[in-house]
Design a protein. Structure first.
Length: 256
């Protein structure tokens, strides 16, 4: 029996959901509110207080890339990694690259959109929100992004990191998918592109024609509706509006 813990709109959970959908694996979907991530019951499963968390026959797994690789090993039907070592190494490269880029995506999300509902809270509730973040470094980062928005020192580097990620994908896409056939690499990149599109951070098609073709291709896969569209943030329309309102400020940092 498989159980997946996630909250609505969680990018890393969507990575795992894509693998589950592509491999046609049945599971119990435990959709929880963000507030549950700081609940002692959940922290026993995932001390970092993040999603996703997967439980398989009583065994607890955390970290989306670890879970994706585990699912491909534990359920070998419809494999999502090449059989040869070099191909697997290239999959691992993309999983690591995207793990390393997650901080950039989180910074952009908070600076552009997430900060606004938090800023609207009374100061006591805002401080309680900061205090609920389990990792001290992340707690201070969120505080900076909420209080300073796009002016926070961390933002320019994050936006450049997301631009470089897309440029790397553009260079890699010489066939339909990152490694030839659809793989864990494509599943890992897909929710990143969904979030970057939502934030108005996709490269123009003239700068990333192969990336845009890939993006259309993965959106047409049945797994996309299940794992990305249906799992999008509940406030997606508001995020688009905030991104549009900040587009000039975003562009001034993104174009550097």
């Amino acid at each position: 029996m498989l159980t997946l813990y996630r909250f609505q709109g969680a990018t890393c959970a969507s990575k795992v959901m894509l693998v589950l959908a592509e491999k046609e694996i049945a599971y119990e979907d435990r959709l929880v509110p963000r507030s549950y991530l700081s609940d002692p019951e959940y922290l026993k499963l995932n001390p970092a207080g993040v999603v996703p968390t997967l439980i398989h026959d009583g065994n607890v797994l955390a970290e989306s890339s670890v879970i994706m690789s585990y699912l491909d090993d534990a359920f070998p039907r419809l494999p999502l990694r090449p059989h040869h070592p070099l191909g697997r190494a290239r999959v691992n490269y993309w999983l690591k690259l995207l793990d390393d880029s997650l901080r950039h995506l989180g910074i952009a999300t908070y600076a552009i959109a997430m900060r606004h509902p938090i800023l609207a809270l009374p100061i006591e509730q805002r401080e309680a929100y900061y205090a609920s973040v389990q990792i001290p470094e992340r707690r201070q980062l969120y505080r900076n992004l909420v209080e300073q928005g796009l002016e926070a020192l961390e933002v320019a580097g994050a936006l450049q990191g997301l631009k470089a990620l897309q440029q790397e994908a553009e260079r890699s896409l010489v066939t339909d998918f990152l490694l030839g056939d659809y793989s864990l690499a494509d599943a890992a990149l897909t929710p990143f592109l969904a979030r970057m599109e939502l934030l108005g951070l996709l490269l123009p098609e003239a700068e990333g024609p192969r990336l845009h073709q890939w993006w259309k291709r993965v959106q047409n896969r049945p797994s996309f509706e299940i794992a990305v569209t249906a799992a999008a943030p509940e406030n997606a329309d508001q995020i688009r509006q905030l991104a549009a309102a900040a587009q000039e400020q975003i562009a001034s940092r993104y174009a550097r």
